[in-house]
Design a protein around this ligand. Structure first.
Ligand SMILES: Nc1ncnc2c1ncn2[C@@H]1O[C@H](COP(=O)(O)OP(=O)(O)OP(=O)(O)O)[C@@H](O)[C@H]1O
Length: 508
């Protein structure tokens, strides 16, 4: 393998990795999660770790930080073989992981969170509050955050909370920092601040392992990439020697053709009609969606897109106006009634709202479609199995079987299960909130095909997404929102990223 030239800023030997993982194997009952997985990380560099959902990225990081014991393979850190028993040990040795779901305690202060597990005392077990506050302030300043360390976590934005996690890692003087999809939880406008911090950490000689499905980011901030497929090491490259296409081919093992397969369908009757609804989140909203039509809703974070979807779906009450499906009024403020009226909303907050972790793939997928798979209040096991198997294949959920517990699936595959559950309901109106978040490039395409299939079955579909290319590629019509208002509407033909941004900004 060619050793790449890198943008090393740490001033150390570029070629000598601070961390070397080699030939790592990890098996779970019925699953080979890692087979000959390898990863090298150097000081002052950001190494992207890429692969499709279920490729083994998280498992490799769990092996590194002692969450899982490896079956074989070696980990060499700072020239010594290591095997950690738990994340605390790894952290004490300078290897830290920042998970996508932040692990801070909301009711506690910033400094208490930063020092949790390593409280500073003055002797006699009395906490040295002054020192901890001062040190926290210093750490936050390194990250360009001017926050009062005595503030409670629950009062902070997600971006600020992420910085507190990073401050904590700095307290331990971590040399290797793993970041698992850090931008997935961030509003777009905060992503640049995070990138500035990452650049700064690089300059301080930290080695960063960066997991993300957003390929654009890899080209923006990473120096090197390691690609995994089916638990195996596929290759290590310098970012300067790869293209988007070559990266995708390495990840999925094939070339991908057109990413957004738009299909033309004759628009049918009006199915969803929203008339002048207002509440504390959205103001005077009217819109309609027809059979066989995909309407995209775009806007910046805080534009009210999710709030609008949740208002239509009965999660939030509204004072004025009405929502109709097929000319029938949907009773206000009841999700049950909304579903009964032919609406289904797939939440963006899928980890919290979407899955029963202790149930298997089959049961989770069919949970909202019980009517379809039952007769006389009894679930028809064979029909249930066939339906789940069909959707497992169509959404390409990577699992040894549909009887696997959902908690054992990779994050992206869990998301596919929720999507399968939503698609299986085949309601008259399907609202999909960030349908491909956390989903790899190969699987996205399959998901677009499934959405198109529903469109061809004359369903009315609404897609909310912060990925502009997805909205532009899939929608027949685009509604632009800002601060709870609809700012305008564009047809597929007239829409462009620039026009959308103008609508948001000029008229805001
Ligand atoms: N505790 C477990 N029990 C059984 N199988 C597991 C367990 N943890 C992970 N796996 C399996 O190992 C494989 C690798 O999963 P992993 O979570 O590492 O993938 P990933 O690359 O991080 O995916 P994603 O991008 O979706 O987060 C998957 O097939 C997953 O189902």
């Amino acid at each position: 393998m060619r050793q790449a030239k890198t943008k090393n800023n740490g001033g150390s030997n570029v070629d000598e990795p601070i961390l070397k993982m080699q030939g790592i194997e990890k098996r779970f009952p019925g699953v080979i999660a890692l087979h000959n997985a390898s990863l090298n990380v150097r000081k002052g560099q950001i190494m992207a770790l890429l692969g499709e959902n279920g490729a083994g990225k998280s498992t490799l990081m769990k092996v590194l930080t002692g969450v899982y014991k490896r079956d074989s393979g070696t980990i060499v850190y700072k020239g010594k073989q290591v095997e950690y028993q738990n994340t605390r040990q790894a952290m004490n040795d300078g290897i830290a992981i920042i998970h996508q779901e932040l692990t801070l305690i909301p009711k506690m202060t910033i400094y208490e969170n930063i020092f949790m597990g390593s409280e500073k005392t003055k002797g006699l077990g009395i906490a040295d509050k002054k020192y901890m506050i001062q040190k926290s302030r210093e750490l936050l300043r390194i990250l360009n955050m001017d926050l009062n360390p005595e503030k409670r976590i629950e009062t902070l934005s997600i971006a600020q909370q992420q910085m507190v996690e990073i401050a904590k890692v700095l307290l331990y003087d971590a040399q290797v920092i793993v970041m698992d999809e850090p931008t997935d939880v961030l509003p777009d406008e905060e992503v640049d601040s995070l990138f500035r911090v990452l650049e700064d950490l690089k300059k301080r000689g930290k080695a960063i392992i960066y997991i993300s499905h957003r390929l654009k980011e890899i080209f923006q901030i990473c120096d090197m990439v390691t690609v995994m497929r089916d638990g195996e090491f596929i290759g290590e490259k310098s970012v300067s020697e790869i293209t988007n296409e070559s990266l995708v081919s390495m990840m999925v093992g094939r070339k991908l053709d057109e990413q957004f397969p738009h299909v033309e369908v004759q628009k049918g009757e009006e199915v969803l009609k929203v008339e002048r609804i207002s509440n504390e989140y959205v103001h005077n909203i009217s819109l309609s969606v027809h059979a066989g039509e995909i309407v995209g809703i775009v806007g910046l974070v805080g534009a009210g897109r999710t709030e609008l979807a949740k208002t239509i779906y009965g999660c939030y009450p509204y004072q004025e106006g009405q929502v109709c499906v097929k000319n029938r009024k949907v009773p206000k403020g009841s999700i049950k009634q909304a579903i009964h009226s032919g609406l289904y909303y797939m939440t963006e907050d899928r980890k919290r709202d979407g899955l029963v972790m202790l149930l298997d793939v089959r049961t989770n997928m069919t949970l909202s479609s019980l009517k379809k798979i039952s007769r006389c209040f009894t679930v028809l096991k064979k029909t249930e199995k066939e339906a789940a198997e069909d959707f497992r294949q169509r959404t390409r959920v990577k699992t040894p079987s549909i009887f696997q517990l959902v908690r054992n699936l990779s994050g992206g595959n869990q998301q596919k299960v929720i999507l399968a559950k939503a698609l299986m309901t085949e309601p008259d109106v399907l609202i999909l909130d960030e349908p491909t978040r956390g989903i790899d490039v190969g699987a996205k395409k399959e998901i677009y095909n499934l959405i198109n299939e529903l469109k061809e079955k004359n369903k009315a579909i609404v897609i909310i997404s912060s990925e502009m290319p997805e909205i532009l590629g899939m929608s027949d019509r685009i509604i632009v929102m800002n601060e709870g208002y609809i700012k305008g509407e564009l047809s597929r033909q007239e829409a462009s990223q620039e026009k959308i941004m103008h609508m948001i900004l000029d008229q805001a």
